[in-house]
Design a protein around this ligand. Structure first.
Ligand code: IPD
Ligand code: CA
Ligand code: CA
Ligand code: CA
Length: 276
């Protein structure tokens, strides 16, 4: 099986389970805080994906969210331990767990493959809409097999943006509230729908003009970042440095409004700190 086929197969198999369980009661546990949830479906989804990858590419490494200890420091350490692998699969078994728990229909599976830290495959699957977003480096981005492109807005005032609301009042994430309040009146509005990966897929498909958020992990971002780039967009950190798998503060746009959003984040005091 080629790498894209493996990723698609794994995303569809995991997605089928997530769809089946979407309306039933879940066993919800908390991880690092009362806002950090996990269900048995997150774990089962990751297990399905790991087994498919192991079956087809037993020599490859896997970094999956539910295989990592909760919390920021453990996430960073896990990435450092894995990132030098020749082939590394980066897996978010459900992105948007809080939405999944509440039945708010905005969650997905996100699977990427990095070759020596360079993301070469990205797949995001929205099981409720049966939308499969795929990208291979240098080969474009697709939604259910049809090519997709980023949107055409070139002025901030025409742009629909998305971001994330920090649920935890501690830490640098809180600065993002200033960014949202600053940018909302300067664009059409800012959406915060609770799945970084689906926000990125939406930028790739031209449904959003841009997305930024702070303190995300490699598994939230790897597949979606490739999708946006292959759909003709631009992906950097929130001070404008090019995306790599260690980036935690992300800005992904259609490219045309990128510098204006960077400028807005700077004006709001969101940027100007080192990557944590
Ligand atoms: C979360 C989602 C959410 C973002 C959180 C992430 P999870 O991922 O992407 O949109 O705001 O920071 O942790 O935990 O649902 O996989
Ligand atoms: Ca999580
Ligand atoms: Ca996630
Ligand atoms: Ca997750």
């Amino acid at each position: 099986m080629n790498y894209l086929d493996t990723a698609v197969h794994a995303a569809r198999q995991a997605g089928a389970l997530i769809r089946e369980k979407a309306t039933s009661a879940k066993r919800v546990k908390t991880k690092s805080s009362a806002h950090d949830l996990v269900t048995e479906v997150d774990q089962a989804s990751e297990e399905i994906i790991r087994e498919i990858i192991w079956d087809h590419h037993p020599e490859h490494g896997i970094l999956g969210e539910e295989g990592v200890q909760p919390g920021v420091e453990a996430s960073k350490t896990a990435l450092e331990e894995h990132r030098s692998k020749e082939y590394l699969w980066i897996v978010d078994p459900i992105d948007g767990t809080t939405n999944f728990v509440h039945g708010f229909p905005f969650f997905c599976v996100s699977i990427a493959l990095a070759e020596r830290e360079d993301v070469i495959v990205g797949v995001i699957y929205d099981p409720l809409r049966d939308e499969l977003f795929t990208a291979e480096k240098g080969k474009g981005a697709y939604l259910n097999g049809e090519p997709i492109r980023v949107s055409g807005e070139s002025h901030l005032e025409e742009a629909l943006l998305a971001s994330g609301i920090p649920a935890d009042a501690r830490g640098i994430r809180m600065r993002n509230v200033e960014g949202i309040l600053h940018l909302a009146p300067r664009c059409r509005n800012v959406r915060t729908a609770g799945s970084a990966a689906l926000h990125l897929a939406s930028v790739a498909a031209g449904r959003l003009s841009g997305f930024w958020e702070l303190e995300l992990n490699a598994w939230d971002l790897a597949a979606g970042s490739l999708l946006v780039q292959e759909a003709g967009g631009r992906v950097t950190d929130t001070v404008g440095r090019p995306y790599d798998i260690g980036v935690r503060h992300i800005l992904a746009t259609n490219g045309r409004i990128h510098d204006d959003v960077l400028h807005g984040l700077k004006e709001a005091g969101v940027t100007g700190f080192e990557q944590s």
